[in-house]
Write a protein that binds this ligand. Sequence first.
Ligand code: CS2
Length: 396
Amino acid sequence: MTRILHLGVGNFFRAHQADYTQSSPGWRVTGVSFRSPAIRDGLAAQGYGYALVIKDAGGTRLRQIDVIDRMIVAAEDPQALHTAITDPKVAVITLTVTEKAYHLGPEGRLDLNADAVRDDLAGGAPTPVGALARGLAARTAPVTVLSCDNLADNGPKLRAAVMDFAAAAGLSITAPVTFPASMVDRITPATTDAIRAEASDPMAVPTEAFTEWVVEDNFAAARPDWPGVQWVDDVAPHEMRKLRMLNGAHSYLAYAGTLRGHEFVHQAVADPVLRAGAYALMQEAAETLPETVRAQAAPYADALLERFDNPNLHHRLRQIAMDGSQKMPIRVVATLRDRTGTPSPALTQAINAWCDFVRVETGAGRTLDDPMAGALDDACRGANPASALRQIIGAP
Ligand code: CS2
């Protein structure tokens, strides 16, 4: 059996990469949580299997996933994580640790001053990047490290972060390692009690029927035969299409929708003002895409609206609203910058919606679910909140 080591066993991994691996005989997965034992405990109590609750407008289908057979909680047992990264039976290391866990500075390099990174360098709790740097430095067998997070150029960015950590820690990585880029897509809400009851499974994961995975074909060792994956030389155009159109529109709907009193994506996108705003944002984004994917943009926008309309998924706007300081630069600001000199009312409106959301939340005394909550709060208390907030996300 060849192994995948997956860092960050949240709902998204369990709905997406684990589902593809379920249909790839010969591969098993070791899952890693960094801090909380909750997912390990929940999965271990039922032999690591769980139900995917797949919902589209037509109804619900259950699919049992049982590719995970071991879990490590890094905070409890950092040595077990280190040993797993060095294990020659592990041919692929995948990651879904969210944007903020890369600790990237504005230049796309590792922020060596981030608290978690400093702590890790000083021998404290392992971060994903630090654990990879240390483990890869101790490894000899070839391995592929595959980022599955919503970042542009996720592979090269992860590689840069790992190399920066290794340099700062005085480590050298000599094993053949590649860091292909990938674009992942499947809308996956948080699990609710209703979902657990529906599947009679406390660890069930709700998701949509649609799924997409585009992967750079640059593997250093064995490559799973994941069915349905599009293997390409250059992921960037696909990543831009998805981040700027899907995630950009999602973030707009999350902020503007919450401000207009909606709770779920399907409700926000049924609001004519927001539907028009989301569609216009997708069109502005489409105009920035490379020629190779331009023709796909119009049908893609229509398909996205249909996916957002899914009345059975109950995707909470507040889930998408999390970590706006990390998401807005990639999903909205980068698009706006590429359009400098061209009017971009929909993208501008999305930035205004985020600023208004942050101001309303902090004004109401609610702590933002964002790694920059402190700085955002300070910005709101200053003399010119709108400009201070825009500065934080690098908006023009
Ligand atoms: C969402 C994404 O929470 C969010 O920020 O925009 O998780 C989105 O659902 C996925 O990227 C879809 O593939």
